[in-house]
Design a protein around this ligand. Structure first.
Ligand code: UGA
Length: 441
């Protein structure tokens, strides 16, 4: 099947590569010439396990093409994916200017029937907006060409994007036209074998499903973070409580890990966007507001522990930081807890020596050169002469450190662990003061 994907971001590139892998003829269109030229040379703009070989193999096989030529893109596919960004507006609502620009472009060039598929995370009502932008543009051209707009949200996770896309748990399709369902079934047939994962619904429900899923997951995390604060005050261990409640199959073990706050390009943005949507229609979303507030506070947890231990004035102190990315297996630092931590430490006069297995270039790009940040080549180098160790990301190679090396390198044996990686009793026995989340430090 011929497929066009507008927007070579996370979602667009992974989706395009996976569709090409199963045999579809895919072209990706982006306005960023540099990105397009790089992709043709095998330079992938994001770090994502398994993505580079997938893109390269399919590019070389001719099933995956890259171009800046929007007209070529519109002519190519009957399926036209919109996978461009929806960054937050000043007030936190999703900015749809890129989505509507693509809709306009498709309508400017289309000669025959197209199925326009919203893949970006877009507020409820966006499909209607896309439809009206396209109708107006066609009217301006004096053209009468049929098209459909479908909502087909993506549920991939960074760090596992390729496998999530290859083996989706569900394929949500929102449409008001039964006739396009067969086309979508054909498109997704290779991912939909053995049992039917396609969940059909109306367009608005599909749009809301995407937000509801992310907001539910963010709610689980903020809920656990709140309980972890209670555990700390009540002298309980949140890790025991987590296992205790996770064993109830109605609750489950996933997404109940307490920590120093959720980050990334999705949860913070989507919770905020659904709050704005609610407010715009006169509804006060009290749970979502609390989810956001608890998360903002949770990002200040480690700085609060540090100040409790060292005092408010951190001039002359140096902190080793393990983990910059918002989670393991990505180089993404958007809304990462590490950023709030570093910025708070800097404000109090401290220096940071940071190490992350993948996000060093990203940190350099965000912060440039500054006297109070040193990016170190290894996790051991980051420890050298630091006053204490702080952990913000649960990368696998932080899990079993040589505690003697850590102790010898630090000026004081103190660990502030934002991801509960270690057994408090064991670390204490080795002579460390150990601050963790909800573990009664
Ligand atoms: C999230 C969703 O999990 C995907 O299903 C969704 O498709 C995606 O957003 C999106 O909308 O595109 P992602 O942002 O890649 O995926 O990352 P997650 O794995 O969900 O983690 C988000 C944050 O929550 C991380 O900072 C992580 O450390 C934190 N987290 C996660 C916790 O603090 N505790 C947990 O138990 C789980």
């Amino acid at each position: 099947m011929k497929v066009t994907v507008f927007g070579i971001g996370y979602v667009g590139l992974v989706q395009a590569a996976v569709l090409a892998e199963v045999g579809h003829d895919v072209i990706c269109i982006d306005v960023d010439e540099n990105k397009v030229e790089n992709l043709k040379k095998g330079i992938i703009p994001i770090f994502e396990p398994g993505l580079t070989p997938l893109v390269m193999q399919n590019y070389e096989a001719g099933r995956l093409k890259f171009s800046t030529d929007a007209k070529e893109g519109v002519n190519h596919g009957i399926m036209q994916f919109i996978a461009v960004g929806t960054p937050p507006d000043e007030d936190g609502s999703a900015d749809l200017k890129y989505v509507t620009a693509v809709a306009r472009t498709i309508a400017e060039h289309m000669q025959g029937h197209k199925v326009v598929i919203d893949k970006s995370t877009v507020p409820v009502g966006t499909a209607d907006r896309v439809r009206s932008v396209m109708s107006e543009t066609l009217k301006g051209r004096n053209a009468s060409v049929a098209f459909d707009v479908v909502s087909n949200p993506e549920f991939l996770k960074e760090g596992a994007a390729v496998s999530d896309c290859m083996r989706p748990e569900r394929i949500v399709v929102g449409t008001d036209n039964e006739d396009v369902v067969d086309l979508l079934r054909e498109l997704y047939e290779p991912f939909n074998r053995n049992h039917d994962r396609m969940i059909l619904m109306d367009i608005r429900s599909a749009e809301l499903t995407k937000y509801a899923a992310n907001c539910m997951l963010a709610t689980k995390i903020s809920f656990m973070n709140e309980i972890s604060n209670l555990a700390e005050l009540l002298g309980a261990d949140i890790e025991k409580v987590r296992q205790g409640i996770g064993s109830d199959s109605r609750i489950g073990y996933s997404f109940i890990y307490p920590g120093c706050g959720y980050g990334g390009s999705c949860f913070p943005k989507d919770v905020q966007a659904l709050i704005r949507t609610s407010e715009q229609i006169g509804y006060t979303p009290r749970i979502l507001q609390a989810v956001e507030a608890v998360n903002d506070d949770q990002k200040l947890k480690l700085p609060a522990f540090i100040k409790r231990h060292f005092g408010d004035d951190l001039k002359g102190k140096t902190f080793a930081l393990w983990g910059l990315a918002f989670k393991p297996n990505t180089d993404d630092m958007r809304e990462a807890s590490s950023r709030v931590l570093m910025e708070t430490l800097w404000q109090a006069g401290a220096r940071v020596q940071a190490f992350d297995p993948e996000a060093m270039d990203e940190a350099q790009r965000i912060y440039g050169s500054r006297d109070d940040l040193q990016l170190m080549g290894t996790k051991e180098a980051a420890l050298h002469n630091a006053d204490a160790l702080v952990i913000c990301t649960e990368w696998k190679n932080f899990r079993v450190p040589d505690f003697d090396v850590v102790k010898n390198a630090l000026k004081e044996p103190v660990i502030f662990d934002g991801r509960n990686l270690y057994d408090p009793e064991r670390v204490s026995k080795r002579g460390f003061v150990y601050y963790a989340i909800g573990r009664g430090a």
